[in-house]
Structures are given as structure tokens and as C-alpha cells.
Design a protein. Structure first.
Length: 380
């Protein structure tokens, strides 16, 4: 679905800049680009912007201008909600351009019905899953809970934790064959990166945050941090050596399964019509509410309404689409990474403002102040 857009040079450039800013560069640009503190969410919001454009605007004619506008948003906005709102306003703007009704509030019904039809009636619910299952799902269709897994081992882990007074540590009922979908593209990305959820709940248990657990092990593909988290929890609960060994070995086995293929953000897109959606927005009410401006009304249509749409059973591979997106996993060799960082550093300086000269001027002023102070001290 997004393959063609993702191949655009400007799309690749923006993704590369978001993904590869170093900690030093983040601090350097904090005046103008604070969002780099949340690189993963920014990347997912950008993907969401491409997704909305694809299914609502579609026309390649406006894409470059749309990307330029998003680029400007990334430079000046430092709040996640405002960034999403800004993107939804852009969707409003470019929908009006596409329909040739820009600036005409009396065309409100036409614009809102168009977006509603594209995004709701013919739109999608999204399930984020582990990309190691992607090819199998493409080939055989999607069958809830029917895939290669280590359920029996995780059931035993639950039993082990029960002995130490911790019940259902993985927070999953393995007897239910149901899958949760969302209408929030960003959350779909998060679910994919941290899937399967029961495994993430094991290696990052929020109840033990006081042990200073890492929470981005799956995001970064860091097995060592996952094992360290687990050791901290088991030491705190005073696990026996035998129980420790079993749990740690299971973590390694599950990790090998999840990373048996190149890790990607993997999203299963299924038409909303396959679901009973009792939370659908009232389009007639939006059209009639003239106190709400057009862009705000479109934001209402595009906002999350159902984060737990449940599906049980089989979905034929003709009834869904799979989207694979790059995440933050490292799949290149060290030499390539060095070359890429040099290129991105140059690109960053030209794209996001002349940050380095400002820093140099500031450093010079500080140094001058220190020298003057020393002169006064010596003279005094």
C-alpha cells in the first residue's frame, strides 16, 4: 500500500533524519527540533501522515508539497498532539485542493463526506504483529492465535511466577483465540515493535520499575537488556536457580524466533466493514455543527475511536493488506553506519538550520566572559 510513497527520495530523507540524529545533535537542535527526544513516536506519526495521504488524497500530484508542509511542522512543533493535529489540518487542506473547494465552507458536507467515506467507510482497522510471521500470513491468511509460538512455555512461566506470589505475569489468557485491532496507526506501530505483547509484559513488568528496568529492548533489538531486566526481577523475588534458568532460556528462545528474520514494523490492515463498529462517528452531526470549523471536524474523523476492536477467526489473504516499515533495528554493518552518519550530519545542517554556527558563537561569548572575569580578578 505505501511501497510507492516510501520509495520517494524526500520521504527517505525525512525518515533518515528522524532515525539517525545522535544524542549530541538532539541537544544541539533542541531550540528548534525538540521532537527528536521521541524519535520512535515521531517516526510513527510520520508514517501515519503518509498512510492518511495514501487513502484519502491518493493523488501523487500534491505529494511533494504535502511533504514540504510536514517538514515545516517537524521543525517548529514540539508537542506530539499538536503535531498530529497539524497533520490532520494538512489532510483537510489537501482534500479541499483535491476537490477544488478550498476556502468554501458551504462545501462542508462534500468535504466531510469524502473524508468519512475514504477513512471510515472504506478505511481500515490495524493489527501490529511480529514481522517474523509476515510471509506466512501473506501466504496462508490470518488465523487468530494460529501461528508458531511458545505458548506452553509461557504458561509454565506463569506457573513459576505464581509460586512467588505474582499471578499472570504475561497478562494474557492463552485460552482465548482473539486478536485486537486499532484504528490508530501510531499505536499499531507500537504494538508491532513490542509484539508479542505477552513477551513484552514479561521482560518489562511495570510493577518493578523501581528496579530501573529498560523498556525499549524490543525497539532496539537489545537481548542483553531484556535478560538484565529479567534477572533484576527474579533476584528481587528470590527465584531459585532452576526457575531462573528456565525463564532466561525461554527469553532467548523467543528472541531467536522474533529475530529469525529481519525485524520490521509489520501492520495487518483489514477493512473496517469486517468489524462491528459501534463507535463510528456521527457524520451528520459533524456536518450540521457549524460552530466547529472544517479542519476540526476532519480531525474528529481521523482521531482514534476504537482501540480494542476484537476479531476471532480466519481472515482470507484477499481481505487484508500487510505493510512493512523500517524501525530502529540496526541491520547494516559498521562501515555503512559510519558513512551514513557523516552524510546525515551534513544533510541535517543544511535542512534544519545552521545550528552549529549558533553554538560556536555562544561558546565564544562564554569564553570571552570567562577571560574578562579572569582579567578583573588578576587586576583586582
Amino acid at each position: 500500500m505505501l511501497d510507492e510513497i516510501l520509495e520517494k527520495d524526500e520521504v527517505k530523507r525525512i525518515i533518515a533524519v528522524i532515525k539517525n540524529i545522535s544524542d549530541k545533535e538532539k541537544n544541539a537542535v533542541s531550540i528548534n527540533y525538540k521532537l527528536f527526544s521521541y524519535q520512535d513516536k515521531i517516526l510513527y506519526i510520520f508514517y501515519d501522515a503518509l498512510f492518511k495521504y495514501k487513502i484519502i488524497i491518493e493523488d501523487d500530484f500534491y505529494l511533494l508539497e504535502y511533504l514540504e508542509q510536514i517538514d515545516k511542522l517537524l521543525k517548529k512543533i514540539n508537542n506530539m498532539d499538536d503535531l498530529t493535529l497539524g497533520i490532520n489540518k494538512l489532510i483537510c487542506k489537501f482534500t479541499c485542493k483535491k476537490l477544488d473547494v478550498a476556502g468554501y465552507e458551504d462545501k462542508r458536507s462534500e468535504v466531510l463526506r469524502y473524508v468519512y467515506d475514504k477513512y471510515i467507510i472504506n478505511g481500515y482497522f490495524i493489527h501490529g504483529f511480529s514481522s517474523c510471521y509476515g510471509e506466512d500470513i501473506k501466504r496462508n491468511g490470518f488465523n487468530c492465535e494460529e501461528y508458531s509460538n511458545l505458548y506452553e512455555d509461557f504458561r509454565k512461566v506463569n506457573e513459576i511466577f505464581n509460586k512467588y506470589g505474582v499471578f499472570n505475569v504475561v497478562e494474557k489468557d492463552f485460552s482465548k483465540k482473539e486478536t485486537f485491532f486499532t484504528d490508530n496507526f501510531v499505536k499499531g506501530c507500537y504494538y508491532s515493535v513490542n509484539s508479542p505483547g505477552y513477551f513484552y509484559n514479561l521482560i518489562y513488568n511495570r510493577e518493578y520499575n523501581h528496579l530501573k528496568l529498560k523498556k525499549d529492548m524490543l525497539l532496539k533489538g537489545n537481548l542483553d537488556d531484556a535478560l538484565k531486566n529479567m534477572k533484576k526481577i527474579m533476584n528481587f523475588l528470590e527465584f531459585s536457580d532452576e526457575d531462573k534458568d528456565y525463564v532466561l532460556e525461554l527469553i532467548r528462545k523467543e528472541w531467536n524466533l522474533l529475530f529469525s528474520k529481519e525485524r520490521k514494523i509489520a501492520l495487518l490492515l483489514v477493512k473496517r466493514s469486517l468489524f462491528f463498529d459501534n463507535k463510528r462517528i456521527n457524520i451528520e452531526k459533524l456536518i450540521e455543527d457549524r460552530e466547529m470549523d472544517l479542519s476540526e471536524a476532519i480531525d474528529k474523523i481521523l482521531s482514534e475511536r476504537n482501540n480494542n476492536a476484537i476479531y476471532s477467526g480466519y481472515i482470507n489473504n484477499e481481505d487484508f493488506q500487510i505493510v512493512f516499515l523500517d524501525g530502529f533495528w540496526e541491520n547494516e554493518d559498521e562501515e555503512d553506519k559510519k558513512l551514513r552518519k557523516i552524510e546525515l550530519a551534513n544533510d541535517f545542517g543544511s535542512v534544519y538550520g545552521n545550528v552549529t554556527p549558533l553554538i560556536l558563537v555562544g561558546a565564544c561569548l562564554i569564553s570571552l566572559g570567562v577571560i574578562i572575569s579572569i582579567i578583573f580578578l588578576i587586576g583586582g
